[in-house]
Design a protein around this ligand. Structure first.
Ligand SMILES: NC(=O)c1ccc[n+]([C@@H]2O[C@H](COP(=O)([O-])OP(=O)(O)OC[C@H]3O[C@@H](n4cnc5c(N)ncnc54)[C@H](OP(=O)(O)O)[C@@H]3O)[C@@H](O)[C@H]2O)c1
Length: 267
């Protein structure tokens, strides 16, 4: 199977490297189409596949085409690809907010998968939610899932609406964690730790809590109860969080992200 990645930026490169690292593809079967000459020259040094500057040179030979350009570049890309595509080719788009229907209309193709990855994909710890048009076969869907799984976990959603929800939870989610982390690091420094000590305290605490959670069957509430003894320090912190409506605030933030994702999808 020949894979063509269109857009050799952050995500395009992440996918190329993940496919090669997991031996799902060889450099001989990988093509990258990158319009920036400077980036194309850098990619060509990496031995991750053949790098092209024009769609006419590579589209023909591709079985699966990954669309990894910025959403605002989609209309120009579609008009350049449209005369070259074959209806049997499978397209996997990771462009935020670009609907399956827009891709079908823009390219006049029907076999489309649409995915929402997140940044930890860069280190194989990503979370991706994907969906597809009805015209994709089961075998093609398994192929897409296998590719996405090289960057972490990937789950299939029946409805395209789940992509907006995934954008609000797992897409933006790493930033929510870093926001919390930053606040806790600031507290640590206010209490006398230097920056690198506060970084270690907070990152190791989050990592430990996550790994403990993953290693057990307890819910978040059950784990909280294990740490928070009556009248103790954790209970004091949790009471302050509640007083400041932090729990509801986080839900409100995720909801705002969802509304924005839906809004962007309409433009
Ligand atoms: N980064 C994330 O965590 C993340 C998460 C989920 C989804 N996404 C989606 O992933 C997509 C790519 O994001 P990114 O961060 O990788 O962007 P990026 O670093 O800007 O990479 C996109 C690359 O595509 C090139 N390009 C634009 N139009 C092209 C064309 N017609 N033919 C060939 N190459 C073209 C751009 O070149 P120029 O620089 O010259 O324009 C750029 O090098 C976006 O649609 C984004 O919504 C990203």
């Amino acid at each position: 199977m020949k894979i063509l990645i269109i857009g050799g930026g952050n995500m395009g490169l992440t996918y190329a490297q993940s496919f090669l690292r997991s031996h799902i593809c060889t450099p001989e079967n990988m093509m990258i189409l990158e319009k920036s000459e400077e980036k194309a020259a850098q990619l060509a040094q990496k031995n991750i596949g053949t790098v092209y500057g024009h769609a006419e040179e590579c589209l023909d030979g591709a079985d699966l085409i990954i669309l990894a350009v910025k959403p605002q570049d989609a209309p120009t890309l579609f008009s350049s690809l449209k005369p070259l595509v074959d209806p049997q080719q499978v397209f996997l788009s990771i462009m935020a907010g670009v609907k399956i229907q827009s891709i079908q209309e823009g390219l006049e193709v029907s076999k489309i998968a649409r995915a929402m990855p997140n940044l930890p994909a860069q280190i194989g710890r990503g979370m991706t939610v994907f969906t597809s048009s009805d015209q994709i076969t089961r075998i093609e869907l398994v192929m897409v899932q296998n590719l996405l799984s090289t960057t972490g976990k990937a789950i299939y959603a029946e409805s395209e609406d789940a992509i907006d929800a995934a954008t609000a939870i797992s897409g933006s989610g790493p930033a929510y964690v870093w926001y919390f982390m930053n606040a806790l690091m600031q507290s640590a420094q206010d209490m006398g730790f230097n920056y690198s000590e506060s970084e270690l305290l907070v990152s190791q605490t989050i990592l430990g809590a996550m790994e403990l959670y993953a290693a057990s069957d307890f819910s978040c509430e059950e784990w909280i109860q294990k740490v928070a003894s009556r009248g103790g320090t954790t209970e004091a912190a949790l009471a302050a969080f509640e007083q400041n409506k932090l729990f509801g605030s986080i839900i409100g933030g995720a909801q705002a992200a969802l509304e924005r994702a839906v809004e962007l999808g309409k433009t």
